[in-house]
Design a protein. Structure first.
Length: 218
């Protein structure tokens, strides 16, 4: 039985993008269940039919339901160890999980001020000091990973993995809001944007026509 991944709008749903990318980039087969967000009570009921959290994404694997992006990535890493979503070396694995958890729970100012919206024309906006601090911290994370693990490959820990999936929406945010970044950060962004799975998600997001007004404010 194929996995099912329940996701929201590709244009807006950064949380959906993360596990989708982890699966697609590693050629793990799954059926995509798309439920448009903020379109009425019917769609909310559809989400609840898959997960009592009432939110996307959710992964269905037979009798197992996993919700929350990071939990799904952890489950996929255990279910498909050949994908090597986490580094084999314990120290590198701890580092990858630490920055993924930091992404999961942090950077609220950047999220609030630079929402994911791939349709948005590329242009800069005035950002708060907190959002700028978030941007600087993310650049520090990426730069440190590339300096320490660049010899293993072009992604954060060498090969594409769970940490890259967790930070993937930030690549879109940095691009869409014309955020100035260091050359090594831009090089990592270029690597991510050249990933076929990343490009597939982007094309599908740009093809969507449904607009959510609350996310079209900046």
């Amino acid at each position: 039985m194929a996995l099912k991944l329940v996701i929201g709008n590709k244009n807006y749903s950064s949380w959906s993008m993360r596990p989708w990318l982890a699966l697609r980039a590693n050629n793990i087969p799954f059926d995509e269940v798309f439920i448009p967000l903020y379109t009425g009570e019917t769609d909310k009921k559809r989400i609840l039919s898959f997960t009592h959290s009432g939110k996307v994404p959710a992964l269905i694997d037979g009798d197992v339901t996993v919700w929350d992006s990071l939990a799904i990535i952890e489950y996929v890493a255990e279910r498909f160890p050949q994908a090597r979503l986490w580094p084999e070396d314990p120290a590198r694995r701890a580092h990858a999980r630490s920055i993924s958890a930091e992404m999961h729970s942090g950077f609220a100012a950047l999220r609030n001020e630079c929402g994911m919206n791939l349709h948005r024309p590329v242009r800069a906006i005035a950002l708060s000091a907190d959002a700028c601090a978030d941007i600087n911290r993310i650049q520090q994370i990426w730069t440190e990973c590339r300096e320490r693990y660049g010899k293993f490959g072009p992604f954060l820990f060498g090969n594409f993995g769970g940490a890259d999936a967790m930070f993937a929406p930030v690549v879109h945010r940095f691009r869409t809001y014309a955020i100035e970044v260091a050359p090594e950060v831009q090089a990592y962004m270029d690597t991510m944007m050249s990933l076929p799975a990343f490009q597939e998600w982007t094309r599908a997001a740009l093809a969507e026509t449904l607009l959510i007004e609350k996310f079209e404010t900046v």
